[in-house]
Design a protein around this ligand. Structure first.
Ligand code: URP
Ligand code: ZN
Ligand code: ZN
Length: 460
């Protein structure tokens, strides 16, 4: 039996057109102006709705340990929140902690996700400790385990930060294997010094956090990373880019032939550093790295998106409760666990603030949220588009529907909502994962999570 979605408007990164779409099993079997149903077919009238490819969030941290606790969202709550917002694939960061092999880290993340994810999922491998023998493990991950991207941090001194030698070596090896390096760009040594100085001056409030991570800290790291990637002849994916200067540096490098991909996140487009004003501990909710910036940076990022300079919009969903988790830093801002939630509202926020006011087109919206992440991370055209043969990951998007975002209606496990009170126009009404309907009329249907691990392809 097939399922025909009748009368909707298909949106891809390149086209917008009226068509009927038939899901045959897990894939899209047919797209045509009119599909005549057989007796066995089910038909759903979707007139007035957009058919979008399921969203792909290439930057989440579900079930990430921090000290002796973990993020508020594990794979179950994080992925539930994702599908309720129209995201059907996440690429999470399997993380190698010091003393672990990459192979062990991957096993750990499989154990966290197996049987618990409502959406399909892949893993990048975040490397915190690099030893020569690890090249063979990298090879194995790329060739046999479907992990075709590696993440390195230029910040978080003493835990995840790697030095330039490691960065250069991993860039070189990744490039040889056709893997992509994702990079957190902030100069961790400078951040560390500024943090120690601020603490010595008795500054303890979360409002100090952005002062220890000014834009130049990111901009220097972006420039250095691009120089190293050029030397290594490697492509580079910059995660959560947040400043005008970093964007300009990356674009200039591209014009000179560098292969640099740029990700930004809704928080850098829609929130700003006024959230840190005053001495209230409420600001801890927005302690993320890089920090929220002044509004001119957000404007520059929007402008960059409009002219096509930004490749992807991900969320960096890394959720810690305000009560009991962020509170660890009540007397010391540097102890506040970094990160905030966002996986549920990525499509809605970008549609409301980007498509509705005409800042970006519908096709750009699809490209940023689904097609480009699928292409860069080795799952296109299986994911990221609506085409015959692609997985039937389809979001029925009602462009007229509205809601007010709030912690009382979100589906993640976090006790606050950074976008509290934001109006959203455009909502996912039905969501299909590989042909199976998992959200109907905005309600989760599945009791049991049915997401699968995605083996991804290398770039070459
Ligand atoms: O503050 C953030 N972004 N936390 C998550 C880890 C990271 O840096 O991506
Ligand atoms: Zn980061
Ligand atoms: Zn992150």
């Amino acid at each position: 039996m097939g399922l025909i979605l009748r009368g909707g408007t298909v949106v891809t990164a390149l086209e917008t057109y009226r068509a009927d779409v038939r899901n045959d099993g897990e894939q899209i079997g047919m797209i045509a102006q009119h599909i005549e149903p057989t007796a066995a077919d089910q038909v759903i009238d979707v007139t007035g709705k957009y058919l979008l490819p399921g969203g792909i969030d290439a930057h989440t941290h579900f079930d990430l340990p921090f000290g002796d606790m973990s993020t508020a969202d594990d794979f179950e709550s994080g992925s539930r929140s994702a599908v309720m917002g129209g995201t059907t694939t996440v690429i999470d960061f399997a993380t190698q902690f010091r003393g672990e092999t990459l192979t062990k880290a991957l096993e750990n993340w499989h154990d966290k996700a197996r049987g618990k994810s409502y959406c399909d999922y892949g893993f990048h491998m975040a490397i915190s400790e690099w030893k020569q023998g690890m090249t063979a493990q990298m090879e194995e991950l790329v060739r046999k385990s479907g992990v075709t991207s590696f993440k390195l941090y230029m910040a978080y001194k003493g835990s995840m930060q790697v030095d330039d030698g490691v960065l250069f070596d991993v860039l070189r090896k990744s490039s040889e294997m056709g893997a992509l390096v994702c990079l957190h760009c902030e100069n961790g040594d400078v951040v560390n010094l500024l943090v120690q100085e601020a603490k010595a001056q008795g500054k303890a409030a979360p409002s100090t956090h952005p002062l220890t991570r000014p834009p130049a800290v990111e901009e220097e790291a972006v420039a250095r990373a691009i120089a190293l990637a050029n030397m290594a002849k490697a492509p580079l994916y910059i995660v959560h880019l947040s400043t005008r200067g970093a964007l300009e540096t990356a674009e200039r490098a591209r014009q000179q032939g560098a292969c640099v991909y740029i990700e930004t996140c809704p928080q850098y487009l829609l929130l700003d550093d006024r959230r840190y004003e005053g001495e209230s501990f409420e600001s801890a909710k927005y302690v993320i790295s890089p920090p929220l910036r002044s509004p001119e940076h957000g404007e520059a990022l929007w402008e960059g998106i409009r002219r096509g300079a930004v490749d992807t919009i991900a969320t960096d969903h890394c959720s810690f409760n305000y009560q009991g988790q962020k509170e660890l830093g009540r007397n010391d801002f540097s102890k506040i666990p970094n990160g905030m939630p966002g996986v549920e509202h990525r499509l809605g926020l970008l549609y409301s603030a980007g498509v509705v006011p005409g800042k970006i087109s519908l096709n750009q919206f699809v490209s940023l949220t689904a097609t480009r992440p699928a292409q860069l991370f080795g799952i296109f055209p299986r994911k990221g588009t609506i085409a015959v043969g692609s997985d039937a990951d389809i979001v029925l998007w009602d462009p007229q529907a509205t809601k007010v975002i709030s912690k009382v209606n979100h589906h993640c496990h976090v006790d606050y909502e950074p976008y509290e009170g934001f109006s959203q126009t455009g909502l996912p009404v039905h969501v299909f994962l590989r042909g199976r309907q998992i959200v109907r009329d905005g309600k989760l249907l599945d009791a049991a999570p049915g997401g699968r691990y995605l083996f991804r392809k290398p770039l070459k």
